[in-house]
Design a binder for this molecule. Structure first.
Ligand code: ZN
Length: 179
């Protein structure tokens, strides 16, 4: 069983304090992927920054996606639905102290598709943590963007270091439909 993890497609990253033009580019494909996941019964898990002032990242980046604020909410275009899972995180990784590993084991998931922001930051750290825990990782290239590095280079790193399968939202949708 596979699950879709959507990391940090939050108001602050797309429209707010840390917005980047690149962030908006992934919305259409990511939305399509999420809708397809719901209709083919693939669990959708949102991993969302929800920072406290004491988090080490705050000194580095300034306030962003602070817990309980609008900036920390998933953008309206891909708003979580009732059956989706929403996990709050306080570091780059979707796994660090979020209960994600336990959740994946409970729903018998062995393989994760990671989408969201950014390939060279939270997607990278989440892919690393997935790899360390023995999950297979797939990345739809059109559903991730990189902040500092060139996206393709950041993707290559994921393939090389974490054996991530680089694919597209279409490729993933096709594989879900075949199951
Ligand atoms: Zn953060």
């Amino acid at each position: 069983m596979q699950a879709l993890i959507v990391t940090d497609v939050l108001n602050d990253f797309v429209y707010g304090k840390l917005k980047s033009e690149k962030a908006s580019k992934i919305i259409p494909a990511t939305k399509k992927l999420i809708l397809e996941a719901r209709s083919t019964i693939v669990p959708v898990i949102y991993a969302c920054d929800a920072h406290l002032r004491s988090d080490p990242e705050i000194e580095l980046w300034g306030d962003h996606a602070m817990k309980g604020t609008d900036g920390a909410k998933v953008i309206d275009e891909i708003k979580p639905q009732k059956r989706d899972y929403v996990l709050e995180k306080r570091t780059y990784s979707a796994f660090h102290e979020t209960g994600l590993d336990l959740l994946l084991r409970q729903i018998e998931v062995k393989s994760v598709v990671i989408a969201g922001l950014y390939t060279d930051i939270c997607v990278r750290h989440s892919a690393a943590d997935a790899f360390y825990r023995g999950y297979e990782v797939s990345i739809p290239k059109d559903c991730v963007e990189s902040l500092y590095e060139e996206n393709n280079e950041a993707l290559k790193y994921l393939a090389k270091m974490y054996s991530a399968a680089l694919t597209t939202s279409e490729g993933i949708i096709k594989s879900w439909r075949e199951k």
